[in-house]
Design a protein around this ligand. Structure first.
Ligand SMILES: C[S@@+](CC[C@H](N)C(=O)[O-])C[C@H]1O[C@@H](n2cnc3c(N)ncnc32)[C@H](O)[C@@H]1O
Length: 342
């Protein structure tokens, strides 16, 4: 079956599993379009045309083919699964692509060369692929990383968070922001081992996965600089220490342009609209604010408007539908909650 996405058309296998009407597509996920659109957005905004990109875990090849067509880069697509590789070859032809296709088990070896952009999009944790990425990324290059290991990062089983990512998670409403920040902290520590510092350009929570885009810079100053943002801090839960986690920005504040024809343009704009305030560490849950204020529970958008009118930063957050990011202190929010007409 053929699917169109961005400027490419790809062929993907339909898989029939037991039971009537149970049909799915292998190596290609429609729900990940936004993750690929974000890749295009980041490359178009932060890298020069004509560099080299590596789609390390290719699947159907759609991401690599889109990078070649929509960002004008010289692309390598890697995959270890023979069946998926057949589709990558077919899709390369279908799109008249010049992509190089390699067949490495990326946990053990890496396609040779150096790259300006490396994409790591595994099922599960990205950890086994980080060493290869830091050996192959160029200075000032960008690494795009997916982790579907959300439950371990968000602390469903805190022992696992500790032995896999060396951090103590938060298990309340902040768990996904903390999970994302634990992932960035972990990658920052691994980057420093290879002499790199990192700067998060954009961080996205897709419900069942985290997606981060990091600019890397080689040099002691950068490595030590980003390690200074990896800290243990007090959580909100029981006022116990959590982390180490990344306490720096999740998103860059740089000016951007949105490439035309992105299917997820609206979602990306929503993310960018809140990104400046989302750089604030942690958020309030309006449910919790309601309990603190003796049951006064205003509509979250009204509260955001009121806080802005008073000169504070205030936005929703992607990490929770009842979350409020603001630089206003708790006593001050409680005072505002008591105001009339909220
Ligand atoms: C989530 S899919 C990739 C989806 C693709 N990047 C996209 O945007 O549609 C992960 C792919 O990585 C491949 N893979 C898993 N482990 C690998 C490894 N060690 N080396 C190379 N490929 C691997 C799997 O066969 C699978 O096709």
């Amino acid at each position: 079956m053929n699917v169109r996405e961005g400027l490419v058309e790809i062929e993907v296998p339909e898989v029939f599993s037991k039971g009537p009407g149970k049909r799915s597509i292998a190596y290609y996920s429609r729900s990940m379009v936004i993750s690929r659109d974000l890749t295009i957005f980041i490359i178009r905004n932060y890298l020069k045309e004509g560099g080299r990109a590596l789609d390390l875990l290719g699947g159907s090849g759609v991401r690599g083919l889109r990078i070649e067509k929509e960002c004008n880069m010289d692309v390598t697509i890697n995959e270890k699964n023979r069946e998926a590789l057949k589709f990558i070859h077919r899709n390369k032809e279908l799109n008249g692509s010049n992509a190089r296709i390699t067949e490495c088990n990326a946990e053990r070896c890496f396609p040779d060369g150096f790259y300006d952009y490396i994409d790591i999009d595994p099922y599960g944790t990205p950890v086994p692929f980080l060493d290869g990425a830091f050996k192959s990324i160029r200075n000032k290059g960008i690494i795009g990383i997916t982790s579907t290991d959300v439950s371990n990062l968000a602390g469903t089983n805190p022992d696992k968070t500790f032995y896999l990512y060396h951090s103590i998670p938060e298990r309340n409403y902040l768990k996904h922001e903390v999970g994302m920040r634990i992932l960035i902290a972990y990658v920052s520590k691994r980057a420093a081992e290879y002499g790199f510092g990192i700067e998060p350009l954009l961080s996205y929570f897709g419900g069942y996965y985290y997606r981060i885009f990091l600019r890397v810079r080689r040099g002691k100053k950068w490595a030590v600089g980003s390690l200074s943002y990896v800290q243990e801090i007090f959580g909100r839960g029981y006022f116990r220490k959590i982390g180490p986690l990344w306490i720096g920005n999740l998103h860059s504040n740089a000016e951007y342009t949105i490439p035309s024809n992105l299917e997820s343009e609206k979602e990306i704009l929503n993310l960018l609209r809140i990104s400046n305030d989302e750089n604030l560490l942690f958020f309030y849950s309006t449910e919790e604010l309601g309990r603190f204020s003796g049951g006064i529970m205003p509509r979250i958008d009204n509260l955001i408007n009121r806080l802005r009118e008073q000169g504070y930063r205030a936005s929703r957050t992607q990490f929770s539908p009842v979350g409020l990011k603001t630089n206003c202190t708790l006593p001050c929010i409680l005072k505002i909650l008591k105001m009339k007409d909220l």
